[in-house]
Design a protein around this ligand. Structure first.
Ligand code: HEM
Length: 417
């Protein structure tokens, strides 16, 4: 199969390419010339025969794949497209215990249970505590910046903190255990990046430690229920409940899905404000409720996910065969000019904003969307109050990853007027 106008061997999931420029300019080319195209990979995922994937780049097609789980399964293969890596079959089997990699009806059962922890009421009940935490995080960064001549790293001082705190708050992790959860979450994320010198073993071990911790927490809450999500998910008698193992794998998903994503939305949001000072002035003046969604469109922290065709199917004029891997590229969809007026413009008043940063609207649509939007709102409100005059103090350093659009360092300067 040919890939018009793209160099031979070009792969949209190459972590080195993604580190240098997201959204890849090649997405525009792909949407124009072959919006569903076959991308050969040098090596398939170990244990599978496939040697490439279909790259789906248009907004409409990403939505179509996401909303037809009977045609495009989340189960048959891992959810994430890996580039040139040897993932083993037993790891993929373990991933199937995570709801992201389940299909209906199994997925529907788990989703109905966990949704109870994410109702608008449950999220609203966290708002007061998270507002206080957001203020404390930003005020601590401001105080430290004052003491250190004004310059600091936005990612480690600000962006990392609230998502971790929010998940600990949501799950009801006791204060004294939070440092351990933070450490495990960080080890699990981003081992693609050699700079962190994390091996896959360290990362897997951290994941297993989180599962064990969460299973113990579930057992303790079953015996002695508290007012938290754990108690609600494991102890509900009437509508079914999660087993301790299922709860363990759910917490691990939260630690991955809720952390890196929100952290990078916040970091990219700050970078976008620093490079679009007119939008920052507007934000400080009016604090539009539309800002958080535009930040997520602009950042698109999850570049892509993967499905597998369950039968022969036609999409975008291409014949996809049963068993083929299909990559859905949210970062391309979010810049599709068919849907967005001036997609290259960062516009915090954009409305409507039908971006696919939280997924294409199918059964796996982001469970934590309301929480993420709340966190982004709260942190930028706190920054507008306590650090309104941040300036860039160097180029951001980007994460090397096959699927996360990440910033690992963003030097900023606090210059009070
Ligand atoms: C699923 C993005 C924050 C929990 C997803 C998906 C995306 C996504 C793209 C997959 C959708 C699909 O396959 O159709 C994001 C972004 C976030 C964010 C960009 C922040 C800006 C969070 C937070 C939580 C969370 C804060 C929870 C604390 C989940 C869960 C799933 C999910 C549990 C799996 C849902 C399922 O399989 O049914 N997210 N997410 N996410 N997200 Fe998020």
């Amino acid at each position: 199969m040919s890939c018009p106008h793209l160099p031979p061997g070009f792969d949209f999931t190459d972590p080195d390419l993604l580190r240098s420029r997201v959204p890849l300019p090649e997405f525009a080319e792909a949407r124009r010339t072959a919006p569903v195209r076959w991308v050969p990979q040098q090596r398939g995922i170990a244990g599978f025969d496939d040697e490439g994937y279909w790259a789906v780049t248009r907004h409409a097609d990403v939505k179509y794949v996401s909303t037809h789980p009977e045609l495009f399964s989340s189960y048959t293969n891992t959810a994430i497209i890996r580039f040139n890596e040897s993932i083993h079959r037993d790891q993929i089997d373990a991933q199937r215990l995570i709801m992201l990699n389940m299909d209906p009806p199994e997925h529907t059962r788990v989703r109905q249970i966990v949704q109870r922890g994410f109702t608008p009421r449950a999220i609203r009940s966290l708002e007061g505590a998270l507002r206080t935490r957001a203020r404390a995080i930003v005020e601590a960064a401001a105080a430290e910046a004052g003491a250190r001549g004004g310059t600091f790293d936005f990612v480690t001082r600000i962006a990392v903190e609230l998502p971790l705190q929010a998940i600990a708050e949501l799950v009801g992790v006791p204060q004294e255990d939070r440092a351990r959860i933070f450490d495990w979450s960080n080890k699990m994320a981003a081992y693609d990046d050699p700079e962190y010198a994390l091996t896959e073993e360290v990362s897997t071990e951290a994941a297993m430690e989180i599962v064990a911790y969460a299973m113990n927490l579930a057992a303790a809450r079953k015996e002695c229920p508290a007012q938290d999500i754990v108690s609600r998910l494991v102890a509900a008698e009437d509508q079914g409940n999660l087993s301790n193992d299922e709860f363990g794998f759910f917490v691990i998903l939260l630690a991955v899905a809720g952390n890196e994503t929100t952290r990078n939305a916040i970091s990219h949001g700050m970078h976008a404000f620093l490079t679009h000072p007119d939008q920052w002035e507007l934000y400080k003046r009016e604090r539009p409720a539309t800002a958080a969604e535009e930040i997520v469109r602009w950042a698109t922290p999850v570049v892509s996910f993967q499905r597998t065709a369950t039968r022969d199917v036609e999409l975008g004029g291409q014949k996809i065969s049963a068993g083929d891997r299909v990559g859905i590229f949210y970062s391309s969809a979010n810049h599709d000019p068919e849907v967005f007026d001036g997609p290259g413009r960062f516009d915090i008043t954009r409305d409507p904003n039908p971006h696919l940063g939280f997924g294409g609207g199918g059964p796996h649509f982001c469970l934590g969307k309301s929480l993420a939007v709340l966190e982004i709102d709260l942190i930028f409100q706190a920054i507008a109050d306590a650090l309104p005059d941040l300036r860039p103090a160097g180029e951001p350093r980007r994460l090397r990853s096959a699927w996360i659009n990440g910033i690992k360092e963003l030097p900023v300067r606090h210059e009070p007027r």
